[in-house]
Design a protein around this ligand. Structure first.
Ligand SMILES: N[C@@H](CCC(=O)N[C@@H](CSS)C(=O)NCC(=O)O)C(=O)O
Length: 257
């Protein structure tokens, strides 16, 4: 699935050249890996953000690298950074393969993730591409090295597995902590403007986005008091992700074997 949207507040496409028009159409791409875990995919959303011909990719999936390279090429974009919101347990990141195929591409992940990457990110830092900036927010709890990225020009936040649509990431492995996750969401994400669009790393029901306001009002887990949330998270009883044994070691090396 490929969803093309444009950022707000940018000049009219009519004044741009054909190449610039294609680039503008790709200022935001949301791509999906499979319809359901049982269908072979990981139900992961990958995002490509671009400005002035420079692009950043968030949470690429190994099996979808050809798709991502085709999307970049079709839009005339140069990928400068491949970022992971965290060390994923359900799929191998496409970062390593992208680096192999695009010499000079740098990788990034949270310093707290304990994984290898060219750039180790911490709260308060910014990722620049063209004139745009992504603000790095530390949102641990699903794992101890989870980041979210706030894009003020798009009015959007990329929440990884910290905040899902009507849900949140599980907290039963990789240093997970439901108390930390609750604090991350309430103190970092729920303090963003209500109209901020939420773009998660997964959805298992075909939804593409939410808003901070909607999640604050009706997220069935995170509207509960902390004690009830902790109890609920301790009793999710989810099966371990099918690819966890292959994914974790590969992703600790950012997918570079
Ligand atoms: N069945 C899938 C894994 C599903 C899963 O555990 N998803 C994680 C995010 S990926 S580690 C999660 O946090 N889910 C929260 C929830 O409430 O479902 C597979 O085998 O890959």
């Amino acid at each position: 699935m490929l969803t093309r949207c444009t950022a707000r507040g940018l000049p009219s496409a009519r004044s741009l050249s054909a190449v610039a028009e294609r680039r503008r159409a790709a200022e935001f791409l949301q791509l999906f890996d499979g319809d359901a875990p049982d269908g072979g995919g990981s139900s992961t959303y990958t995002y490509i953000l671009a400005d002035g011909g420079a692009a950043v990719i968030i949470d690429p999936v190994l099996e979808q690298v050809d798709r991502d390279l085709a999307a970049l090429s079709a839009s005339g974009l140069t990928l400068t950074l491949a970022v992971n919101t965290h060390c994923h347990a359900d799929h191998i990141t496409g970062t390593g393969e992208l680096k192999r195929r695009l010499p000079g591409l740098r990788s990034a992940i949270a310093r707290a993730a304990g994984a290898k990457a060219d750039v180790l990110l911490e709260a308060g830092e910014e990722i620049g591409f063209g004139q745009r900036r992504l603000r790095v927010l530390e949102t641990p709890g699903h794992t101890d090295g989870c980041l979210s990225f706030y894009d003020p020009s798009l009015g959007a936040v990329f929440t990884g597995d910290a905040l899902l649509i009507g849900g949140c990431g599980r907290t039963d492995f990789q240093g997970g902590s439901s108390e930390r996750l609750y604090r991350s969401v309430h103190e970092q994400l729920f303090t963003l403007p209500d109209e901020t669009t939420v773009y998660p790393a997964h959805d298992y029901k075909g939804r593409r986005s939410s808003t901070i306001g909607a999640e604050k009002a009706s997220n069935p887990r995170l509207t509960k008091p902390l004690a009830e949330f902790v109890d609920l998270m301790a009793n999710l009883n989810l099966p371990y992700p099918r690819k966890i044994d292959a994914s974790l070691p590969a992703n600790l090396a950012c997918g570079v074997f």
